[in-house]
Design a protein around this ligand. Structure first.
Ligand SMILES: Nc1nc2c(c(=O)[nH]1)N[C@@H](CN(C=O)c1ccc(C(=O)N[C@@H](CCC(=O)O)C(=O)O)cc1)CN2
Ligand code: GAR
Length: 201
């Protein structure tokens, strides 16, 4: 079987992309990143892709485009790489069925909160604030499918609790969350590749 082909969508730093690239480089992850696509031209993750020799593509939304039109063009772009799996790794745009409907069962998203907690943006900061209001004792992360236009409610693939310590600064909590994400995302992709190979056998 040819190696599993990934397309990774990002909007920012790309530390989770880097975890994928590193795992591929060491042989831990039997896959190839066929393209990295960002909606933000200044996303540092694009530089990470270039350094790894991976196509780094900026796909900005034109001012005259609505969300659905953008998503159709984005889907055409992604489809051109014939991905087995599309990984939303800090992709900060809600996707419509114009995109999701083109890749049923093949879009996964990494989110820095536990299911049902802090959907959307700024999840780590919101968890930090909730902890200091005494509302939660810990936070977590999850990787889920993105089957439809619901936000952070797709079927959970993996999740993990992340400790919050009383002495934590927000930055220290963010670092702990990201370190856990890097490990969980690679593990999840490996798991899904194994499932695909078993289905193809
Ligand atoms: N249909 C879905 N699309 C996406 C999902 C999802 O669960 N369903 N997950 C996101 C990633 N994400 C949370 O995990 C998320 C990212 C961004 C937003 C959001 O409100 N974005 C705003 C723009 C915010 C900005 O530009 O700073 C928007 O799209 O209008 C919510 C959730 C990926 N896509
Ligand atoms: N709602 C989606 C969301 O908040 N995603 C989060 O964006 C960060 C991207 O970091 P990275 O660019 O360093 O990989 C990650 O923490 C990811 O879970």
């Amino acid at each position: 079987m040819t190696q599993a082909g990934l397309v990774v969508l990002i909007s920012g730093n790309g530390s989770n992309l880097q975890a994928i690239l590193d795992a591929i480089s060491t042989g831990e992850l039997p896959a190839e990143v066929r393209a990295v696509i960002s909606n933000k031209k200044d996303a540092y993750g694009l530089e990470r892709a270039r350094k790894a020799g991976v196509p780094a593509v900026v796909k900005s939304r034109r001012s005259d485009q609505n969300r659905a039109e953008y998503d159709t063009e984005l889907a055409n772009l992604v489809a051109g790489y014939q991905p087995d799996l599309i990984v939303l790794a800090g992709w900060m745009r809600l996707l419509t069925l114009n995109f999701l409907g083109r890749f049923p069962g093949r879009v996964i998203n990494l989110h820095p909160a536990l299911p049902g907690m802090f959907p959307g943006v700024d999840a780590i900061e919101r968890a930090y604030e909730a902890y200091h209001r005494g509302e939660i004792k810990y936070t977590g992360i999850m990787v889920h499918y993105v089957p439809d236009e619901g936000v952070d409610i797709g079927p959970i693939i993996n999740q993990q609790i992340v400790e919050i310590r009383p002495s934590d600064t927000l930055e220290e909590l963010e670092m702990r969350v990201h370190a856990c994400e890097h490990e969980l995302l690679v593990k999840t992709i490996q798991q899904l590749i194994n499932q695909m190979e078993e289905e193809d056998a």
